[in-house]
Structure formats: structure tokens, C-alpha cells
Design a protein around this ligand. Structure first.
Ligand code: AHG
Ligand code: MN
Ligand code: MN
Length: 337
């Protein structure tokens, strides 16, 4: 059987001139870190890794032991290869330059080390999300400000999903491809090339418990979905919500759907729930590369100019026609307001 390992895929992309050696190494190292995280997640209670770390992050969220461990794994594996200038993470207040003792490269790595961590203790899928940016030229000391690039500047993005199988879904800007971890070999093998998200869907993902606090256009949108074939949409919609963005987006990449995390009254001040740099942008690039769309409701996600490292945004992504519908509802609402 002719199996395409991630190593071979990356070497062929390098030979085709689409990535350089440093970016290839970077993605290989992130994939290795994800294997290590997958092993830790898989041990569960037997590994003593469940439960709270007893600390909090800058976003005011309680950290799980696995949030902290996954962050350390990603930092340590990426420190010494010479491919990075700095890292930034959901779990760190500020970006962290590569230590002086190691060679410095030209890329910036941003990650959500463990996404969906409220699901760890109940043995439901979690993941790791990452995004790669170029470090601007002539930067002596890398700081948070150098990470404030729009998602369209990403040179690679992906996630690992730790579910019944561990998968790595990756884009280097030439399609979105999925690899499944062969646990015996310890190798990611390509199992889907050039994922295409169906343009139409009858499935949505939202935490509907927030509905009464959403903005008017979203109350209307989901209200219409819930009316099904008796309402203006003329068809029934199904709902799924894992509460791990990685798992919800993975389902959408697999069979279509729309993921929505709108602004609501409770989170208005902070701008949204999900983080632009290490949740929304990498997912937006993966989804666009698979023929889907991603928006804040009022702007293409990948065009948003970040102003803060931990900036949050409303998120609508998935099947193209459905995201376009969400954007149209926002436009109509704003025009009449
Ligand atoms: P994280 O665990 O990295 O903080 O992210 C959790 C996010 C995302 O994965 C998920 O879609 C969303 O939070 C779930 O939010 P609710 O708890 O409101 O359902
Ligand atoms: Mn997350
Ligand atoms: Mn997280």
C-alpha cells in the first residue's frame, strides 16, 4: 500500500517550492509535539493528568493540568530547532522569544495548546490548534506586537484532534489535508487529501443556552433554523455542539455545517468568546482552503487586523452558503438600525 506520511508530504511540498526547509521542520516538530500531547491525553486518569492545575491564565480561565503540560510540550519541542523566533499561546500572558542559547529562525508560532479543555475530565475529544506567521524583518527583540498580523498572513495553520483516533489537519495555503496517527508506527498518514466542505448544509453548531443574550440578527438567524421546514428556510436543521472547537470544526470539515459563536451581552466587553490569533484565524484558513467561509459576521475573518495578542472575536464558519446567509442577516440588520 502506498501510504503518504506527513514527512513525505512535506518533503514533496518543499521539492515543489511551496515551503522551505525551516517551515517543513516547524510543522514536523509541531506534529511530534501533538503526538506527545495525544499520548498524555490518552493516558487519562492513569497518567495522573486530569483535573485542575490550580492556576489561571490571563483570560481569567482556570487552567487544567493538561493545558499547562501541553503548553510546555509545545514550547520545549520548538525551542532548539532554529526555525522559530518566538511563540505565543493562550496559556501565556505574553509572547516568548526563543531562548538566547538556541539559534533563532524566522517564524512565529501561535497556539491553543489544548482546546476544549472543559471536556478533558469527561473523556470527550479535545485538540491543539496552531498558526504560523513570518517574523517581520529586522526585528531585534520579538514582542507581542509582531504577532498582530491578519489571518491572511498565516503561512500554515492546523489542528490536532484527540478523539477516537488522533488526527492532524493541516494547510500550508494549498488545500486542507487530513492525516491520521498510526499509533504502531508513530506516524501521521494522509487519509484525506484536499478536503472540500459541502457548500450547503442542514446542520449547525452553537451553544444555544446563550441565545437570549445574542445580538438581534443572531436571535433571528437561529430562530429561523429552529423553525425548520415550517419557517422561512423551508428545511429542517440538526444541531450538534461538542464544546471543543476542534471537534466541532472537524465535523464541519468532514460533512459540512456551520459553527457559530456570536457576541452576547455577557461577553460584549471582551469582544467575543473565541480568540482571533490561535482559534479563529487558523480555523478560518483551514475552512477557506477547503472551500468554506469564515467571518465575524461583518468582516472576513482573515482580514481582521488584530490589536491585541489575546483578542476575541465573534465566529461564524463552515459551509459557504450558510456563512454567506449569516453575513447577509448582519448586513440587513445593520442597514436598518
Ligand atoms: P479552550 O478550552 O481552549 O478555552 O476553548 C474552549 C472554547 C472552544 O473550544 C469551544 O467551542 C467553546 O470554548 C465552548 O464554549 P461554551 O463553554 O460556551 O460551550
Ligand atoms: Mn480553545
Ligand atoms: Mn485551550
Amino acid at each position: 500500500m502506498n501510504r503518504m506520511s506527513i514527512t513525505r508530504y512535506l518533503i514533496e511540498e518543499q521539492q515543489a517550492g511551496r515551503i522551505n526547509a525551516d517551515l517543513r521542520l516547524l510543522i514536523e516538530v509541531v506534529a511530534r509535539a501533538c503526538k506527545m500531547i495525544s499520548i498524555a491525553v490518552g493516558k487519562g486518569a492513569l497518567g495522573g493528568v486530569l483535573g485542575d492545575a490550580g492556576t489561571g491564565n490571563i483570560q481569567g480561565e482556570a487552567q487544567k493540568k493538561l493545558d499547562v503540560l501541553s503548553n510546555e510540550i509545545l514550547l520545549e519541542t520548538n525551542a532548539w530547532g532554529g526555525h522559530l523566533a518566538a511563540c505565543a499561546s493562550e496559556e501565556m500572558d505574553h509572547s516568548q522569544p526563543i531562548p538566547d542559547m538556541y539559534p533563532r529562525g524566522n517564524y512565529l508560532l501561535v497556539f491553543d495548546p489544548l482546546d476544549g479543555s472543559s471536556n478533558i475530565d469527561v473523556n470527550i475529544s479535545v485538540g491543539t490548534i496552531f498558526s504560523v506567521l513570518r517574523c517581520p524583518d529586522d526585528v531585534a527583540i520579538v514582542g507581542d506586537e509582531h504577532f498582530l498580523q491578519p489571518g491572511s498572513a498565516q503561512v500554515a495553520a492546523g489542528y490536532a484532534a484527540y478523539g477516537p483516533s488522533t488526527m492532524l489537519v493541516l494547510t500550508i495555503g494549498h488545500g486542507t489535508h487530513a492525516f491520521t496517527l498510526d499509533r504502531e508506527l508513530g506516524t501521521f498518514i494522509m487519509t484525506r487529501r484536499d478536503i472540500r466542505i459541502p457548500e450547503e448544509t442542514q446542520e449547525f453548531a452553537a451553544n444555544v443556552s446563550n441565545q437570549r443574550r445574542w445580538e438581534t440578527p443572531m436571535q433571528r438567524y437561529v430562530g429561523e433554523l429552529l423553525q425548520g421546514k415550517d419557517g422561512p428556510r423551508g428545511k429542517d436543521f440538526n444541531m450538534r455542539w461538542v464544546a471543543s472547537m476542534v471537534a466541532d470544526v472537524h465535523r464541519i470539515l468532514t460533512r459540512g455545517g456551520v459553527f457559530i459563536y456570536p457576541l452576547d451581552e455577557k461577553i460584549r466587553e471582551q469582544g467575543g468568546k473565541l480568540r482571533l490569533l490561535y482559534e479563529a484565524n487558523p480555523m478560518a484558513l483551514l475552512v477557506e482552503q477547503a472551500g468554506g467561509a469564515a467571518s465575524t459576521g461583518r468582516e472576513r475573518m482573515l482580514d481582521v487586523q488584530p490589536t491585541k495578542l489575546h483578542q476575541r472575536v465573534p465566529v461564524f464558519l463552515g459551509s459557504k452558503r450558510e456563512v454567506e446567509h449569516v453575513v447577509a442577516i448582519h448586513r440587513e440588520h445593520d442597514a436598518s438600525a
